[in-house]
Ligand binder design. Structure first.
Ligand code: PCP
Length: 392
């Protein structure tokens, strides 16, 4: 069997820390169950990242739908900073207490993956980034990781089922295994070309047997206009100066009229490598760096009880709204009822936390993965350059 939680158990709040189950029993036994506002925020972001991407809201809405609670949240895909409230729940504490564990699990991991995907996409500066990281994680959560990587900005994912869930075409090339079984790079690429439907781009893997430069020319001459690109997944023991190798392959292909043949790279690709190689590479296959992303350290804490501000040490009390100036993007965190005047830049402040669930009912349909991805890409465009920093 696979060591996976049963979705019904998750939905019923059974995948939770025992101290929540016991707390509900104590509250009920002592009749001290009260209406609270509980807020989720991240006290810090991994590796001192200046911003992160909120992901996993669709699963949270599914998890909390039907409970006697109200949920407010930033739209999925929103960029946020440490200490900013990203969502809050209102209701009787015992009605959602056991959902804290799954709720945090859903956004901590998905937001970590989406943030890494967005940082890779930002670093790629318009070049495509494909998520190849399913093989590094438990297959039970592959659809979640692939969705988070896609809404975070990746241009595609390699797992067919995940792509189907997203309404996208799966993106893949050729594995080393096919080259070894065919015994030759060009032969394997020809077999692929003969068998696989024409809409699938022909990308030859050129690092299995011989030198990449000569293999690139062989497949380019062998497939001509049918060759979309070549993938280099050159093993570290042979990689040397990867940029120089790629520039040489590019030079030789251009020299012989194969300017349209794209260069794809994979294997140990992270943001730093993307920045180094984006001048010559057309597409990056990123696996571990995205799927094994550090989680976002969200916490959920009570900030109001029966409408009165009350929170633990180290946490500011009161229900809050996060405001952003529509022109200079300055942000303000204010008590929920407080209104804000015009921004110093003259721009209007708009409230970012929106109602998602009212008394257990979803208020409006949630956006498609494509819409959320577009929203992320638009925000990445607007990130002030000073927030961009070369981090490994
Ligand atoms: C890996 C495979 C994955 C890549 C590399 C992810 O190559 O192609 O997509 O790598 P990463 O986790 O380091 O980012 P191999 O397993 O060597 O090759 P193959 O394509 O033959 O499966």
């Amino acid at each position: 069997m696979f060591h996976l939680a049963d979705p019904d158990d998750i939905k019923k709040g059974k995948i939770t820390d025992v101290y929540f189950e016991r707390t509900v029993r104590v509250l009920k036994a002592k009749h001290i169950d009260k209406k609270v506002t509980a807020e989720v925020r991240a006290r810090s972001l991994p590796l001192d990242y200046p911003w992160a991407v909120l992901a996993g809201l669709d699963e949270i809405a599914y998890l909390l739908k039907g409970l006697k609670i109200d949920l407010w949240s930033l739209p999925e895909g929103s960029l946020f900073h440490s200490f900013e409230p990203v969502l809050f729940i209102e209701g009787n504490y015992s009605d959602f207490a056991c959902y804290e564990t799954p709720l945090l699990g859903l956004i901590c991991q998905a937001s970590g993956v989406a943030t890494r995907a967005a940082r890779c996409k930002k670093a790629a500066d318009g070049k495509s980034v494909i998520h190849f990281g399913a093989r590094r994680m438990h297959p039970g959560i592959t659809p979640m990781i692939d969705r988070a990587s896609f809404i975070g900005g990746c241009d595609g994912v390699s797992v067919s089922k995940s792509a189907q869930n997203l309404g996208e075409e799966p993106i893949g090339t050729i594995p080393h295994a096919l080259i070894l079984l065919a015994g030759d790079t060009l032969e394997a690429t020809r077999m692929f070309h003969e068998v696989i439907e024409p809409r699938v781009r022909r990308v030859a893997l050129i690092d299995t047997l011989a030198d990449e430069k000569f293999e690139a020319l062989r497949v380019a001459e062998g497939l001509g206009k049918d060759l979309f690109g070549v993938r280099l997944d050159t093993p570290p023991s042979r990689r040397g100066d990867f940029l120089k190798l790629l520039e040489e392959v590019r030079w030789e292909l251009n020299l012989r009229g194969f300017k349209k043949v794209k260069l794809l790279v994979s294997g140990g690709i992270d943001e730093k490598k993307i920045r180094e190689l984006r001048g010559v590479v057309d597409s990056f296959g990123v696996g571990t760096w995205i799927s094994n992303a550090p989680v976002i350290d969200f916490s959920l804490d009570i900030v109001e009880i029966e409408g009165k501000p009350f929170s633990k040490k180290g946490k500011r009390s009161a229900k809050k709204q996060l405001w952003q100036c529509s022109s200079c993007r300055t942000r303000l965190i204010l008590p929920f009822e407080e209104r804000v005047a015009k921004c110093n830049c003259g721009g209007e402040f708009v409230p970012l936390l929106k109602p998602i669930i009212k008394e257990g009912k979803l208020i409006k349909d949630l956006p498609s993965p494509q819409k959320i991805r577009q929203y992320v890409l638009e925000q990445l465009e607007k990130i002030p350059s000073f927030l961009e920093e070369p981090r490994g």
